[in-house]
Ligand binder design. Structure first.
Ligand code: HAM
Length: 409
């Protein structure tokens, strides 16, 4: 028997309904904020992610599902959505015609991470990218939009952390300061951080092994006056609308961020970010376009659902159609279609089974009523309606059936 691949899942009802509920909830909020859906391909050129997500990131170094196709192209199954959005934005000439764009996407992402609770190899992201607005208002807007979705969905116990990573002017100074500070403790760093120290020292703060022990004593970034003013204004716009905390240790694991970064965190585990994002003001240019500011985020659908708790939505009442004889099957089948087209949830059709088998299935489906059709009923052009809770039965003529059933379910 074939087996599921480790780190991947089948999601059945009713669990799958939590995803639909979250997606619908997000779509409603996106529409209020004027974000339009962008449906992106799952596969992109591998170099897209190397260039944008970043060569030194865990995602690109260790977690990407990359392969060569029959045409010898180096491809990757997307580990995140932002690079594809920027590629699509540039490739479709938005820069010239309509530089300010608000996109959202809903789709599965793939990362070969070590599977554990809340960390999967295929997971769903709901993401938003606001391109072309450098104002702090854009930062505040996307953060509040994220909060609106999470709140409307019903997730409660989470913290919002924000930070500023500065720009190409102030970050290099901090980078050097951090290298000097961390070099003194180089020998005590984990193997990964020893390499990160030179290439991407900010990531050491984010390290699951080393990060926490530097909290409170690591030098914090001194933003240039422009970045400080930007960050101050973002905070002023958020005040009173959302509870948040400035966390200088929040650095994010992707290369493209500048200025504002943020995370919505639930619980204490390392896989606690239910959603995360930030500005990436240099990425569009880095990808070959004109200098264009941008900010966005993505939420992990599984984690947002986990933070709220899965709910089992109430099942719509249904009827189950039973045929007692071969000669009744066609009429019974037609009846099922008529009821469905009248908006009644209808199951049935297991006509190769005897009455006992069919009734058993009606029970398994959780149907409220059985509609039984035998030779006797067919002769009278009627159906026996059986209440599966009380066992009561009555006959209803065909022409009255949809109206009668509609009153019950
Ligand atoms: P990220 O932090 O890599 O950012 O992922 C965003 C969210 O996706 C995480 O906060 C988490 O909820 C979820 N997530 C990530 N990996 C997994 C996993 N293995 N299993 C389950 N959930 C996971 C990005 O992807 C950026 N593209 C966000 C962004 C958009 N920044 C700017 N625009």
């Amino acid at each position: 028997m074939s087996k599921l691949v480790r780190g991947f899942r089948d999601i059945f009802e009713p669990q799958s309904k939590n995803f639909t509920e979250l997606e619908n909830c997000a779509r409603g909020v996106f529409s209020l904020y004027g974000f339009g859906e962008l449906r992106l391909p799952t596969v992109e050129l591998k170099e897209l992610f190397i260039k944008s997500t970043g060569e030194t990131t865990d995602i690109v170094q260790k977690e990407m599902y990359a392969f060569e196709d029959a045409g010898h192209r180096q491809l990757a199954i997307r580990p995140e959505g932002t690079p594809g959005v920027v590629r699509a934005y540039l490739e479709n000439n938005f820069t010239q015609n309509a530089p300010v764009q608000k996109f959202y996407y809903i789709g599965n992402m793939f990362r070969a991470e070590r599977p554990q609770a809340g960390r999967y190899r295929e997971f769903e992201q709901i993401g938003a990218e606001y391109i072309g607005n450098s104002a702090p208002a854009a930062d505040a807007e996307v953060i509040l939009m994220l909060k609106d979705i999470v709140a409307k969905f019903g997730a409660k116990n989470y913290k919002v952390k924000i930070n500023s990573l500065g720009c190409d002017k102030c970050r290099p100074l901090y980078r050097q300061e951090l290298i000097d500070f961390l070099s003194a403790e180089k020998d005590t760093l984990c193997e990964n951080c020893q390499t990160r120290l030179e290439k991407n020292p900010l990531r050491v703060l984010d390290c699951k092994i080393d990060g926490s022990r530097f909290a409170g004593r690591v030098p914090t970034m001194k933003l240039c006056p422009e970045c400080q003013a930007h960050f101050d204004e973002v905070q002023a716009l958020l005040k009173g609308k959302i509870d948040f905390e400035v966390d200088p240790m929040l650095v994010r694991g992707l290369d493209y961020y500048s200025r504002t970064v943020f995370e919505f965190q639930a619980g204490d585990a390392s896989q606690n970010a239910i959603a995360a994002g930030g500005r990436y003001d240099t990425l569009v240019k880095h990808m070959g376009g004109p200098a264009t500011p941008a900010i966005g985020w993505a939420m992990g659908a599984e984690r947002v659902i986990m933070a709220r708790g899965e709910t089992v939505p109430a099942k719509q009442k249904s009827v189950y159609v039973v045929s007692l004889d071969k000669t009744c099957n066609e009429t019974a089948f037609n009846l099922m279609q008529t009821l469905r087209h009248a908006g009644i949830r209808t199951e049935g059709g297991l006509f190769d089974k005897n009455v006992k088998g069919q009734m058993k299935q009606s029970d398994r489906c959780g149907a409220s009523y059985a509609l039984i059709l035998g030779e006797d009923e067919l002769a009278k052009q009627a159906v026996t309606l059986k209440d599966l809770t009380t066992g009561e039965q009555k006959q209803i003529p065909f022409e009255a059936l949809t109206d009668e059933v509609k009153k019950l379910v």
